[in-house]
Ligand binder design. Structure first.
Ligand code: EPZ
Length: 420
């Protein structure tokens, strides 16, 4: 398994181009199941999760041509509406084929995704919504079996905002008979983006991006051609890297309007962030101030930025507190940061970070996607050499991170694992 070797201490300076949003591309790839013909996705990032989703679509009977940043999907000769455990266990977002399959083909057999490093990640809201739309749901040997002659629109109220739950049910509702209203929906920009694509396909979606989404279902939907929005979490990650190294970075294609709470927190810590045309300049001229963060559904502070901001608080002048409210176990980066010299104490979902710590380079283990990114950022500021191991976690959600960082002055290289 590859690792990334970093020699810390370099200020980042130069331009970084933000890629397309992983968490927009994934549901939109699943939406191609809703129609025949050929759909074209543009500005798709070159990521493991995109490859995994493409492999799943091929297994389901689609022809998928991945030529980053473009992906072409067209209907094959037949459909096999079954998503096997081997593929779903690699990426829990695969559960988003469930809605499109049962809506389009009247049946679906999808492996339950199971938990992952950051929590149990149940899908009860996805299943509750499909049942309300008229699907019969049974669980058999770790698989969800969903059948429905034709889904019928209705009102669905989520117990909590769920991003992929909202997206799964938007796609199912787009082929249901009549109108569906999703209440207490997730408001992430990626949900709004899926709404735009479903409208291009012929559905009538209003309110995507708010907590009440209306979907007028259609008997048939058309293929689409769509350029994916920029990745706000990738952009936020590089903002933190620039701030941590005291650098001066221009982020091209950064979706500033989708990063309100992250930008507010960074500015509070003393980071200068300003728009320059359609780019964003990040500088950190002076000392970092501590911060109190609490992760919330969008537009609150994103859980996907929590690990990265924790590194910044490690080197701030004072004590910061971080509350992780979305997932029950999203502090896996903490023991690794402590090994690098950070002063962090956790109690349940509450972390107290004392700074400034002098971080030293070390061999550290990546776990979940964003924890891996935080270890890379820690390596950029640590004294000496850091090896971030198991970077396949990183490759799931960051396109050539070591290349993008080296291009702005970091001493970061990928070390291929000799044993393959
Ligand atoms: C999406 O995951 C993202 N993934 C995650 O990004 C992100 O961290 C998360 O939303 C929160 O913003 C994609 O979009 C592909 P949720 P998702 O359903 O949809 C509970 C990354 O780093 N819940 O919004 O799986 C759940 O346990 C990834 O790119 C239920 O209880 O998250 C959690 O506590 C990691 N039952 C909360 O809701 C359900 O049926 C929010 O989860 C569904 C969710």
């Amino acid at each position: 398994m590859d690792s990334i070797r970093i020699i810390g201490g370099k200020r980042l300076s130069g331009n970084i181009k933000v890629s397309g949003a992983k968490n927009a591309a994934l549901p939109i790839l699943c939406a191609t199941l809703l129609s025949d013909g050929e759909s074209l996705l543009r500005n798709v990032p070159k990521l493991r999760d995109i490859e995994t989703t493409s492999a799943l679509l091929r297994f389901l009977g689609r022809n998928v041509d991945v030529a980053a940043p473009e992906v072409k999907v067209h209907a094959g000769a037949q459909v096999r509406p079954e998503a096997p455990y081997e593929l779903v266990k690699q990426m829990r977002a695969s559960v988003m084929v469930l809605g499109p399959l049962v809506a389009r083909f009247g049946k679906a057999k999808v492996s339950l995704p199971g938990g992952c490093q950051i929590g149990s990640r149940p899908v009860d809201q996805h299943l509750m919504g499909l049942e309300k739309l008229g699907a019969t749901i049974t669980l058999e040997r770790g698989y969800v079996i969903a059948t429905a002659p034709r889904l019928r629109g209705c009102e669905i109220v989520f117990d909590m905002p769920t991003v992929t739950g909202t997206e799964n049910l938007m796609m199912a509702a787009a082929l249901a008979k009549g109108r569906t209203t999703l209440v207490n929906s997730a408001k992430e920009p990626e949900v709004e983006e899926l709404g735009r694509v479903l409208n291009k396909m012929g559905a009538r979606v209003t309110g995507a991006g708010t907590d009440v989404i209306e979907i007028e279902g259609r008997d048939e939907l058309a293929p689409f051609d769509h350029a994916i929005i920029a990745d706000r979490i990738e952009a936020g990650t590089y903002m933190v890297a620039a701030a941590a190294t005291g650098g001066d970075v221009l982020l091209e294609n950064a979706p500033l309007e989708d990063l309100g709470s992250t930008v507010a927190a960074l500015k509070k810590m003393g980071v200068e962030i300003s728009r320059e045309g359609n780019a964003v300049r990040i500088r950190r001229p002076g000392a970092l101030q501590p911060i109190d963060l609490s992760t919330e559904p969008h537009p609150g502070f994103p859980t996907d930025m929590q690990a990265q901001m924790m590194v910044l608080s490690c080197i701030a002048e004072g004590t910061s507190t971080i509350l992780e409210n979305i997932f029950e176990n999203r502090f896996m980066h903490v023991p690794e940061l402590v090994r690098m010299g950070a002063d962090i104490h956790t109690e349940g979902n509450h972390a107290t970070v004392k700074g400034p710590a002098k971080l030293q380079g070390a061999n550290v283990m990546a776990t979940d996607l964003r924890a891996s990114a935080s270890l890379v950022i820690a390596g950029l500021v640590a004294e000496g050499e850091t090896n971030v191991l198991r970077v396949y976690h990183l490759d799931r959600g960051y396109e050539h991170m070591e290349e993008k960082l080296s291009a702005v002055g970091a001493n970061a290289v990928r070390v291929q694992d000799q044993h393959g």
